[in-house]
Design a protein around this ligand. Structure first.
Ligand code: IMP
Length: 443
């Protein structure tokens, strides 16, 4: 049974939640491997909309095992809130949700440091989600982080908390002029969270390997996207984790040799939240059109997303750094009303044509996108489920994107609900999951 990574090929918000939800019935487990509750994975089931932040999107499928891997940073209060909201809507968590004992905790001082450091950066702020994700990873790398297992061991937790606060309080008061914390005000709530979460905390690295060795199939659900990766993204305008496919191994304890393929998810255009380079970004009316039609507002923060045309340089980069086998293209219907559609095919920098994504801020600031323009199809593709029903111009657009990115699409999404999806007949996706064939009912 295949173990497949689902990874964002752009700046996040590509529709990984929908793709994961679509594949979930065909696997035995879904695991998140990085990031935290900065993610917002939206899944529409019938008339119900779910936004998941820390819990894998597979949780909406009864009996599917969902794992929060060791590479994730967990805000226990936010996780419990998310769990309670799911339980209220009839989702069963007991026996289905597992949290790695090695996952690091997001602490209240991480959130305070996130907000304070952003405020101090001024114009150079990253535009973080303010959830404390970056500072939690800082502590992990500095070897002073507190892990889930520590939360279950009161004396150890108290000692680590006190040691952290001695340093964090000085940072907060002396550098940032921000509010400090006492051990007691954090200890009380966190011990309550420990009681709540204890039944779910376990050695997920061992469990996942056992499942895989028993022939079960695991889906690795990436959060954010390639261009936000700590190593391969637009540093420093990134998130603090390994969002690319390589993170799936380190963030779960499943060795790379047990992973069989990587599925990239891209929108039919591009969006970005927060600061940093976005060469194909649009301003004005066209940006507003995409934002309104694509409902491009952050699922976690509600912030309007920056919108632009599809950038095939980014697409090719994502193919390379993730080793993509195939791409799921989402939100094609958002482009239905465009008179023309543009595709970013390179950048012009001081007279030179760049066809690889530049890494230098100086180049980002000056480079101009090089466009190809096609006429739009101006017919509704919303809800189409058959490739043959797509207007010719939409098919030409898809063919040109695939040609420029150098990778075929395995599915095209034409709406938010699970079944509004065109599955391409023969692709790595249907070879990995043959049961997908015929799983989407005709309209
Ligand atoms: P952080 O992850 O909260 O530290 O934010 C760092 C950068 O990543 C900011 O530009 C955020 O807007 C962006 N970011 C974090 N999570 C997501 C996401 O789930 N989707 C899109 N952008 C994200």
């Amino acid at each position: 049974m295949p173990n497949i990574v689902v990874v964002g090929s752009q700046w996040g918000d590509e529709g990984k939640g929908k793709v994961t939800d679509l594949l979930a019935p065909h696997v035995d487990a879904v695991v998140r491997y990085q990031g935290g509750n900065n993610a917002g994975h939206t899944v529409v089931v019938g008339r119900e909309k779910f936004v998941l932040h820390s819990i894998p999107s597979g949780i909406l499928h009864p009996g599917l095992r969902c794992v929060i891997g060791c590479g994730v940073v967990v805000d226990p209060a936010a996780l419990i809130e998310e769990m309670e909201a799911l339980v209220r809507r009839g989702i069963v968590l007991d026996g289905n949700l597992y949290v790695s004992r090695n996952a690091h905790l997001i602490m209240p001082y991480h959130r305070a440091l996130d907000l304070a450091s952003e405020a101090k950066l001024g114009d150079r702020r990253i535009g973080t989600t303010g959830k404390g994700v970056g500072p939690a990873y800082v502590d992990k790398a500095a070897r002073v982080g507190i892990r889930m297992a520590d939360l279950l061991d009161e004396p150890v937790f108290r000692e680590k908390l006190a040691a952290n606060l001695r340093q964090k309080n000085r940072l907060l008061s002396e550098i940032y002029d921000a509010q400090t914390f006492t051990v007691e005000e954090i200890l009380g709530p966190y011990l309550r969270y420990a009681g709540w979460l204890a039944p779910y905390i376990t050695d997920t690295e061992l469990l996942l390997n056992r499942w895989i060795n028993a022939g079960r199939s695991v889906l690795f659900e990436g959060a954010q996207g390639t261009m936000l990766d700590i190593d391969h993204g637009t540093y420093p305008y990134i998130t603090s984790s390994s969002t690319t496919a390589g993170g799936a191994a380190t963030g779960t304890g499943v060795p790379p040799t047990k992973i069989h393929g990587v599925l990239g998810v891209s929108k039919a255009y591009a969006t970005r939240v927060g600061g940093g380079p976005f060469p194909t970004e649009l301003q004005g009316k066209m940006a507003e059109l995409l934002r309104a039609r694509g409902n491009e507002y952050g699922a976690t923060t509600g912030r309007p997303r920056r919108c632009g045309w599809f950038d095939t340089v980014v697409g090719r980069y994502a193919v390379r750094v993730n080793g993509l086998d195939t791409i799921a293209l989402t939100k094609l219907d958002v482009l239905d009303k465009c008179e023309t559609v543009k595709i970013g095919v390179g950048y012009r920098y001081r007279g030179e044509l760049l066809t690889e994504f530049p890494q230098e801020e100086r180049v980002w600031n000056e480079a101009e996108p090089v466009w190809e323009e096609m006429s739009g199809w101006q017919t509704s593709t919303a809800g189409l489920r058959d490739y043959a029903d797509l207007p010719t111009k939409a098919r030409q657009y898809l063919d040109r994107l695939a040609e420029l990115v150098g990778m075929e699409f395995c599915l095209v999404s034409t709406g938010a609900v699970r079944d509004d999806t065109i599955l391409l007949a023969d692709s790595p996706l249907t070879r990995w999951f043959p049961s997908l064939r015929g799983s989407i009912p005709p309209r």
